[in-house]
Design a protein around this ligand. Structure first.
Ligand code: HEM
Length: 230
């Protein structure tokens, strides 16, 4: 009889996959922090916001030609999103396979609640990003839709008569907030003290971080909706 032993590469172990989730999560969070802070420039007026958006496309010049930095960033973000989803899917499948009989009398298990929210939150965020790219990057779904005029695109997007766009953005950003709260809590808990006090601190820090980031994103559509930015 021939016995074959399949050795799993370390990255495909549970610890390896969790490291993939953490590293890709950090890359995505760094992008989100920079993007949120950049969006706040909308309060400095059209000229300044458009100038900033054009500068983003020029980062790396003259060391890198043309819009290379932008495309490198897009490549890194795409790989990070795909790896984050792939690692999450494998980990979720493994944890389900490890518990073939579902809990009959404990429907409100903390872990499964978090896993469900993360899964559906992740799906909403992914659908939002696809819509968002067609809206504000390519301009296909935007009333102005001119990639050289990001300020006008943003103002047209969240005009009061298009309240449903603001509503959709709000739902997606709230989903993003929940997703980030759980992700940040897992990260802070692993890094901090493994005590009830350490856990409470990690929970509070994750909540503050998620609320600050979500609020930073949400002020822009609501400023346009209420006429503060026009
Ligand atoms: C209300 C909140 C937001 C506003 C006003 C906003 C605004 C914008 C604008 C104006 C652009 C186009 C920049 C340009 O091409 O010059 C953009 C691009 C982008 N946004 Fe947002 N954004 C928001 C939230 C988000 C969120 C929550 C995410 C991710 C979950 C996100 C991900 C992206 C990505 C991936 C790009 C494409 C960057 C590229 O061109 O490579 N945005 N956003």
């Amino acid at each position: 009889m021939v016995v074959t032993t399949r050795t799993r590469s370390p990255i495909r172990s549970n610890v390896g996959l969790k490291a993939v989730m953490a590293v890709t999560g950090i890359i995505l969070v760094l992008f989100l922090i920079a993007h949120m802070l950049g969006n706040l420039k909308v309060f400095t007026g059209a000229t300044s916001f458009d100038h900033y958006a054009h500068w983003l496309r020029d980062i790396g010049k003259p060391v890198l030609p043309g819009v290379w930095f932008l495309w490198i960033q897009r490549g890194v973000l795409t790989v990070a999103v795909l790896a984050h989803i792939a690692a999450a899917t494998v980990l979720a499948r493994r944890s389900r396979a490890a518990r073939p009989v579902r809990y009959a009398h404990r429907p409100k298990v903390q872990g499964s609640y978090a896993a469900r929210t993360m899964r559906w939150g992740g799906v909403i965020i992914l659908l939002f990003v696809i819509y968002h790219l067609l809206d504000l990057t390519t301009g296909h779904l935007n009333p102005v839709g001119d990639p050289s005029k990001p300020y006008s695109n943003v103002v047209a997007d969240f005009a009061p008569e298009r309240w449903y766009v603001t509503l959709f953005y709000t739902l997606a950003i709230v989903a993003l907030g929940f997703h980030l709260r759980h992700g940040a809590f897992s990260a802070f808990r692993s890094l901090g003290q493994q005590t009830p006090r350490g856990e409470a601190r990690a929970r509070a820090a994750a909540l503050v971080f998620a609320v600050a980031l979500s609020a930073g994103f949400l002020v822009v559509p609501f400023a346009v909706l209420t006429g503060l930015v026009s």
